[in-house]
Design a binder for this molecule. Sequence first.
Ligand SMILES: [Mg+2]
Length: 119
Amino acid sequence: MSLKIMLVDDAAIVRTTLRDILTKNNFDVVGEAQDGQEAIKKFVNLKPDLVIMDITMPVMNGIEATREIKKIDPEAKILICSVLGQKRMILDAFMAGAEDFLVKPFKKESVLEKVSKYL
Ligand SMILES: [Mg+2]
């Protein structure tokens, strides 16, 4: 599959978990970033088809990063990640331009189901 995915999360274990799920199912993880600012830089260089973006991160959070990435590329596809109970933040992320969301802790099936929509 040729869907290029970039992972953004400040927790290395979360990125590793996602990378594992995705690569084992033949998705192409082209890069990782640990905060929103790094995500913007790497987005410009890597031009991923899909960004999986954490909300709570140091330096720049996922909502701001989503807003900035959508300014750079209005067609950018961003899946926001949240923990249960972050309804308000999910709403903010949608307003910033995120398309869909994933709930942490990740269930393999829902990750694959949501990501497959972008194939
Ligand atoms: Mg976080």
